[in-house]
Design a protein around this ligand. Structure first.
Ligand SMILES: Cc1ncc(COP(=O)(O)O)c(C=O)c1O
Length: 367
């Protein structure tokens, strides 16, 4: 079976982790600082603050932007639940706007109508490794005096022109094992705003700048030096990993038939955390691919507003037609950098065969 993800751990990761273990310095220390500095340089911002996960990165960035009880944050329902949960953790309420069909990302034309006097921030998600329309969204945020928190959990190294995901407002990355780079568990907030970075740091460690002097109520959302050691080795490999993901995606774009393939606007660098196609008869499609030895993933089968906790909060009756359509059609196929050329050919052969068996899906709109 060709799996949907295959995290790569080499000698470099093992040696760095071993040296961290041997040093006896296990908690947040020099390795975390080094990862912060090098990740900031890679993204192209002056500040990066490492966290225990992508979820805690989002939570801290929202708190640092001043989001709290009674506020609203505009985000999308076509995402992993952590985007919306992080808003709830602050006491604020997520307000959903639908996504655009061709890119799977936040539709900027729907934002203005969702803004109320309570709106404090906008949280676009750069889904599957493709940046949301951050130029348009940040222009709205600036005009309306709102914070911009990008959920960049899946978009390490993605860019619009020369500008990388994570450089608009605050970028929140995840280093979960299946992501384009990993630390095991971990996350990072990136920003050009020195004050925001300071607030994230303070809240990450129990509001403590001077040892055992606490200025605010904070959390323990720190990364360990063990996790940062994995990240340092992975960051060196990230550009090569992303190149390989894009190479595989280019073959899929050119050779897949009878399914809708991702659309990438001109000038955008997609880093293919997932290569997500849209198919007819998805359950049968997935089952046939499994029989042919190809693993798949469904990201995501249920929109956030239809998840049980959100139904309990009164979101269940809301309707986001594009999201609801996409959650029925999307399938991600293997695109991880360790795939051999033969495995890529096998995936293409299998997808094309199943699409021919089950009938092709054409874009309903011009793309
Ligand atoms: C879009 C999105 N947001 C947030 C997260 C949360 O990241 P983590 O799992 O590191 O907490 C993830 C990752 O799983 C994600 O894919």
């Amino acid at each position: 079976m060709i799996p949907i993800a295959r995290p790569q751990m080499g000698e470099e990761e093992k040696q760095l982790v071993w040296s961290a273990l041997s040093s006896g310095m296990l908690a947040q220390g020099a390795r975390v600082r080094e990862l912060e500095e090098r990740f900031a340089a890679f993204i192209g911002v002056p500040h990066a603050v490492a966290t225990s996960s992508g979820t805690t990165a989002l939570h801290l960035a929202l708190l640092a932007a001043g989001v709290g009880p009674g506020d609203e944050v505009i985000t999308v329902p076509f995402t992993f639940i952590a985007s919306a949960n992080s808003i709830l953790y602050t006491g604020a309420r997520p307000v959903f706007v639908d996504v655009e069909e061709p890119t799977f990302n936040m539709d900027p034309s729907l934002i203005e109508a969702a803004i109320t006097p309570r709106t404090r921030a906008i949280m676009p998600v750069s889904l599957y490794g493709q940046p949301a329309d951050l130029s348009a969204i940040s222009a709205i945020a600036e005009r309306r005096g709102l914070a911009l928190i990008e959920d960049a959990a899946q978009s390490h190294g993605a860019a619009i022109g020369e500008r990388r995901s994570g450089t608009w407002g605050a970028g929140c990355f995840s280093f979960y094992p299946t992501k384009n780079m990993t630390t095991g568990e971990g996350g990072m907030v990136t920003t050009s705003d020195a004050e925001l970075a300071d607030r994230v740091r303070l809240t990450r460690e129990h509001g403590m700048k001077v040892r055992y002097h606490h200025d605010i109520i904070g959390y323990n959302f720190r990364m360990t030096d063990i996790h940062a050691s994995i990240g340092l080795a992975q960051l060196d490999k990230l550009p090569g990993y992303n190149r390989r993901r894009r190479e595989i995606a280019a073959r899929y774009d050119a050779e897949l038939r009878g399914v809708i393939t991702p659309r990438v606007p001109a000038g955008v660098t997609h880093v293919y955390h997932q290569y997500t196609i849209r198919v007819r008869q998805r359950d049968a499609f997935v089952e046939r691919l499994r029989e042919l030895g190809v693993g798949t993933g469904i990201y995501y089968p249920i929109p956030v507003h239809r998840q049980k906790p959100f139904i309990a909060l009164g979101y269940g009756e809301q309707s986001y037609p594009v999201t609801e359509l996409l959650t029925e059609q999307v399938v991600s196929i293997p695109v991880h950098p360790s795939l051999s050329d033969d495995e890529v050919s096998e995936v293409i052969g299998a997808v094309n065969q199943v699409a021919a068996e089950l009938g092709s899906l054409e874009p309903a709109i011009a793309t």
